[in-house]
Design a protein around this ligand. Sequence first.
Ligand code: UD1
Length: 420
Amino acid sequence: MDRIRIRGGRPLSGEIKVGGAKNAALPLMVAGMLTDDRLVLTNVPRLADVQTMTLLIQQHGVAVDNVTNDARSLSIGGPISNTEAPYDIVRKMRASFLVLGPLLARVGEARVSLPGGCGIGARPIDLHLKGLEQLGARIELEGGYIDARVDGRLKGAKIVFPFVSVGATENLLMAATLAEGRTVLANAAREPEIGDLAAGLVAMGARISGIGSDTLTVDGVDRLHGAEHAIIPDRIETGSYACAAAISGGSVFLRDARLDHLGATVRILREAGVDITEQPDGLMVTRLNGLHGVDVMTEPYPGFPTDMQAQLMALLSVADGASMVTETIFENRFMHVPELNRMGARINVHGASAIVRGVPGLSGAPVMATDLRASLSLILAGLAAQGETIVNRVYHLDRGYEAVEQKLAACGVDIERISG
Ligand code: UD1
């Protein structure tokens, strides 16, 4: 199994190109299943999760082809010949569950494995199912699979989510585009990736209003057509490399990064002492002076994202003073804490909050990546640590970060992948 070795202490200096957003690419790929024509996606990141999604869509009979040699443009679409999403794929990647709505909308039936739990929590799918039932689907659970059916077309309805869910908003939004009549999604998630999915669907002929707000109104159409759509830059990759510049005491230009998608991340990083300035084609991130502790709570967008919590915690572990980090989205998302503590951080977890007492420095150690964002948090700690850090289980990292070691090495970091 691959590992990453970092020898810490070198400030980042240079430029990193931010890739397409993983969490926009995955639902947009699924949106390609809504048409017999072709949805061409550009700025697709090269990630293990994108490969998994490709396999899933292909096994539904829908074509997924590389349009260019660099695999950054995909063409997706065609008739659906198989309505089952098997356990072996869904268990690997929870976003697989997004095929449920589109399968129902297009062919009136779907059999999708339940995703099960994952490292960061139980992650139920009740909101997806309840919403689809409100659109007229009959849903049964059998042998670990969701069996869903609808006679004729799905029918528009008003769906009020009891709390904000990115995945449920996406599943229902896609299903509603082909439903009969009007669907209103209230208390919908407002993440930039939802806006990007909606923009892609509109390019395919969907009728959606309220994009960017917490109420999406969808007037169903009979069919969607082909389109071309460029995926937005990844705001979590942006925030992660901003933390890399900051923790290493360096400076980096993040090409293509968008300030307007960062929400609370930019405010929190600035409060912690990180300088972020907008330029025409990206963001300049520099650590000017010392870092300060900040209190932060994860929230749905535009609040501080749970997907940045582990990376920020690495940064705060070497900031002046104490910080309180409260996780409100997932119940078990502090698995990076014991690993950071092995490197000399002083972090205590009390329920949903972690108290981080800043230390003057960290020391390199062998550590274990436990999930995608935790992996990056450990790499960040390795950048600041004295000596050598080995991050094990980097397959988590490869799910969602493209070429981390190349991107950081190009900015002067002493980092390499050890294969096998
Ligand atoms: C998406 C992102 C993930 C991010 C998360 C929160 C993708 C592919 N993944 O995940 O990176 O961390 O948003 O920003 O875009 N919940 C329920 N019932 C449901 C659905 C969700 O109880 O039916 C709960 C979840 O367990 C969690 C909370 O709602 O506690 C938010 O989850 P949700 O926004 O749905 O996350 P995902 O779409 O799975």
